[in-house]
Design a protein around this ligand. Structure first.
Ligand SMILES: NC(=O)c1ccc[n+]([C@@H]2O[C@H](COP(=O)([O-])OP(=O)(O)OC[C@H]3O[C@@H](n4cnc5c(N)ncnc54)[C@H](O)[C@@H]3O)[C@@H](O)[C@H]2O)c1
Length: 259
């Protein structure tokens, strides 16, 4: 390591991590993995049962975590949830913008309501979250943001223009925030997962078909799992990634090679 006197910052025990969509597939895996690194986890989700279950699992494994109900399509709900998170825990060191929705339809059949909901949850919420917590993270002089993109951002999606557009947008938000916040010691990166076994793809495709597709089409011959992706988040939040910002990192068994 260069002897330049500059600290290589990363997650420390007791740091607060907000995981949006923490009740779901990746969100639960992120919560458990980062709790095992000593983070205190604020689980944000619209689904009370799933979010509370993640908090229970975090605590069962010896970690510290709490559930906060939020509707990310509603700016007032985000503001209230932010307030209760800070008063219960503290300002976050890390935010994982993981929640997203994917109502499926071809463009000509898609309702304006579905289009707008997708934009609100998938891209406006991360923007509002950045505006809300940015000043606190800047005051701390350290922090990490991890945004969840998708291979759809670079490949497009039939019956998913809404989703693909927001995933391209979050890659762009990642780069812009990285530029604005590097001088404050805040790193902003994106994870670009491939198809993984969670409720999201299962909403459109039976599990057996997902495995069969991955076996023949994925270079590694298998689908991804939330734990595969949680390992990348553990790296991005750690001091090992201290010189890394503005990047989109794909993790997909080689299915889509980015860039
Ligand atoms: N699973 C995959 O194959 C895959 C592939 C590429 C990218 N991704 C991305 O990874 C992230 C996580 O995906 P996942 O598969 O775990 O999703 P998931 O559908 O299993 O979980 C999403 C979570 O977000 C929550 N949520 C939805 N709307 C909300 C709202 N309005 N307010 C608050 N919470 C809300 C849900 O309740 C759920 O717990 C997403 O951003 C997704 O786009 C997933």
């Amino acid at each position: 390591m260069a002897m330049d006197g500059i600290e290589r910052d990363g997650l420390k025990a007791g740091d607060v991590v907000i995981v949006t969509g923490g009740g779901g597939g990746f969100g639960r895996a992120f919560s458990l993995r980062l709790a095992s690194m000593g983070a205190r986890i604020a689980i944000w989700d619209i689904n009370e049962n799933d979010g509370a279950e993640t908090a229970r699992l975090v605590r069962q494994n010896g970690g510290d975590g709490g559930f906060f109900r939020v509707d990310l399509s509603d700016p007032a709900s985000i503001a209230m949830c932010a307030q209760s998170t800070v008063s219960t825990f503290d300002a976050p060191y890390c935010i994982i913008n993981n929640a997203s929705v994917f109502p499926r339809a071809e463009v000509i059949d898609m309702s304006l309501a579905d289009w707008e909901l997708t934009l609100k949850v998938n891209i406006t919420a991360p923007f509002l979250i950045a505006k809300t917590f940015g000043p606190m993270m800047i005051a701390q002089g350290r922090g990490v943001v991890i945004n969840l993109a998708s291979g759809r951002a670079v490949e497009g999606a039939a019956k998913g223009a809404n989703y693909a557009c927001t995933k391209a947008a979050i890659l762009s938000l990642t780069k812009s925030l990285a530029l604005e916040w590097a001088k404050h010691g805040i790193r902003v990166n994106a994870i670009i997962p491939g198809q993984s076994l969670t409720a999201m793809p299962l909403a459109a495709t039976p599990e057996a078909d997902l495995h069969a597709h991955a076996k023949t089409r994925n270079p590694m011959g298998r689908i991804g799992y939330p734990e595969d992706v949680a390992g990348l988040a553990a790296y991005l939040v750690s001091s090992d990634a201290a010189y890394m910002t503005g990047q989109g990192v794909a993790i997909n068994g080689g299915a889509v090679m980015v860039p």
